[in-house]
Design a protein around this ligand. Structure first.
Ligand code: ZN
Length: 273
């Protein structure tokens, strides 16, 4: 098993440093010896995917994934088609920046049963999977914590994501394991083992007590109650030895000095992951 006392598997999401532009993220991660980057689509927007792809290729950073696609459910047929079209664009953008994976936040539509949203998520993924395959891009279904079941994800456990990936049964469709969303689940260890080679990516951060904002109050590893290292052991035993991606949305941390914050993330990675 690769030793994590170095940074060879460390990837950081650009959203972790939301105040920075893509160019600033690239410069800072390169200077800090962080070899992996996951790019959020709003970091692509100012200069477009083609120019972003060139900047990333020139940097030598490994582009780990594009965040995010998904949000398939809608109360209207037009809304569902718009979501499919947007996911086709996300796949194209991933290919343009050299990202092998689009992470899917599945979505949910308030006003219809969660089962209906889940059916629409399956339909949406089935509709875009052939395009993903043609583009050489994989799709990771990311279950979100149940507190987001109203409008962000009708897929709330790894069991549900595994069931979906199994039913879709497409070589380009797998799952993303994010400790923030899944740490509480008594079935997690078993479902990680079941996912096995379907695990396409692994996201880390921490759960703060109290959580003051359900979207933007994540902690850096070690600031909360998630046993990140233990869960990392489970995903590695399942056969995953890819990137470990730090994804922290935090109004508090975004307000700090970003270079110092990046150094703290590196230390936390060594100490707690
Ligand atoms: Zn995540």
């Amino acid at each position: 098993m690769a030793d994590l006392r170095d940074f060879s598997r460390l990837c950081i999401h650009t959203m972790t440093h939301k105040p920075w532009t893509l160019e600033e993220c690239i410069a800072a991660y390169t200077n800090a010896g962080v070899p992996g980057i996951t790019v959020w689509r709003h970091h692509l927007a100012p200069q477009g995917p083609r120019e972003s792809g060139k900047m990333l290729a020139d940097s030598g950073l490994n582009v780990v994934s594009l965040c995010r696609g998904g949000f398939f459910p809608s109360l209207t047929k037009e809304g569902r088609q718009a979501a499919i079209d947007d996911n086709l664009r996300a796949i194209d953008e991933a290919a343009q920046i050299g990202a092998p994976l689009v992470v899917l936040v599945p979505g949910a539509a308030p006003g219809q049963p969660l089962e209906a949203s889940r059916d629409q998520i399956m339909e949406g993924i089935r509709a875009v999977a052939p395009h993903a395959m043609a583009a050489g891009v994989k799709l990771g279904i990311e279950p979100l914590h149940p507190m987001y079941a109203d409008d962000r994800s009708a897929v709330n456990t790894l069991r549900q994501a595994n069931d979906m990936a199994g039913q879709i049964n497409h070589p380009n469709v797998g799952v993303t394991v994010d400790v923030y969303h899944l740490w509480w689940d008594p079935e997690l260890e078993g479902q990680i083992a079941r996912a096995g080679k379907r695990i396409l990516s692994f996201h880390v951060c921490d759960w703060r007590t109290p959580t003051r904002d359900i979207l933007n109050d994540r902690g850096v590893m070690g600031e909360g109650c998630i046993e990140v290292r233990r869960i990392r052991g489970w995903v590695e035993r399942a056969g995953f030895n890819g990137w470990i991606e730090v994804e922290v949305f935090s109004t508090e941390h975004w307000a700090e000095d970003q270079p110092a914050y990046l150094e703290r993330i590196k230390q936390a990675y060594l100490q707690y992951v």
